[in-house]
Design a binder for this molecule. Structure first.
Ligand SMILES: Cc1ncc(CO)c(N)n1
Length: 225
């Protein structure tokens, strides 16, 4: 299957997610709150653009079935995944307005600009390739962290792990994989290679996003005003 090929191609990068200190410290429950807060602020902005990408998928869908998958993902991201961020923001003493108006980091811009550009320009298959690494890798990480002793019961980070390891989120990830397989099946090798390149690029950007969060990377000090 096409997604097996994608997984093989990115397995080294994906293994590195699990070794990343940000991910490991969420699992241990020891991650500094300020790093997590920075991550959630950037991730909320990320999810706003991610929703737009799903909307583009719906607009470009050739069949109602595909339109439904993209719109279901849009709906659950807006109402379930982003609700997790709103709840964490409340615990961290942030208002919704603050959450929506954070300054986008350079890594965030690089990531969402890339997904949006591929999705505006390309077909429904390009949209699927642009979002697949996101949905799938968070489920991969969530399921992995859920195996760590006590991680899902952690009073602060447990909710985050439970969201991405949940049956509902696993269902969304497998729907996306299935859709990618269906859409790639009929494509010539040249187009498959293009879809693979999008997936690899997004997988690398996912790694950069963990790095950005752990180091709370914004713009260089001298140009950040
Ligand atoms: C950066 C990033 N990738 C993927 C997901 C999963 O939806 C997320 N919340 N944030």
């Amino acid at each position: 299957m096409f997604t097996d090929r994608l997984f093989e191609k990115t397995s080294t990068i994906w293994e590195k997610y699990l070794e990343h200190p940000f991910v490991k410290e969420i699992g241990k429950g020891s991650l500094d709150l300020d790093k997590f807060q920075f991550f959630m602020e950037q991730d909320y902005l990320y999810l706003i653009d991610y929703c737009k990408v799903f909307a583009l998928g719906s607009a470009k869908a050739s069949r109602l079935e595909v339109m439904t998958i993209f719109s279901d993902l849009l709906h659950s991201t807006l109402n379930e995944e982003m609700e997790l961020h709103r709840q964490y923001a409340e615990k961290l003493g942030m208002t919704r307005t603050q959450l929506e108006n954070s300054t986008p980091s350079s890594t965030l811009s690089a990531y969402t600009s890339y997904m949006l550009q591929k999705s505006y320009q390309g077909s429904e298959a390009d949209v699927a390739a642009s979002v697949l690494a996101c949905t799938w890798s968070y489920n991969f990480i969530g399921l992995n962290l859920a195996q760590t002793e006590g991680a899902t019961e952690h009073p602060f980070y447990g909710d985050w792990i439970n969201m991405y390891a949940s049956d509902e989120f696993s269902q969304l990830a497998s729907q996306m994989k299935q859709l990618m397989n269906e859409l790639a099946e009929e494509k010539p090798e040249r187009e498959k290679a293009e879809l693979e390149a999008i997936f690899v690029h997004c997988s690398k950007l996912e790694y950069l996003f963990w790095d950005m969060a752990y180091d709370k990377q914004m713009w260089p000090q001298e140009i950040s005003s």
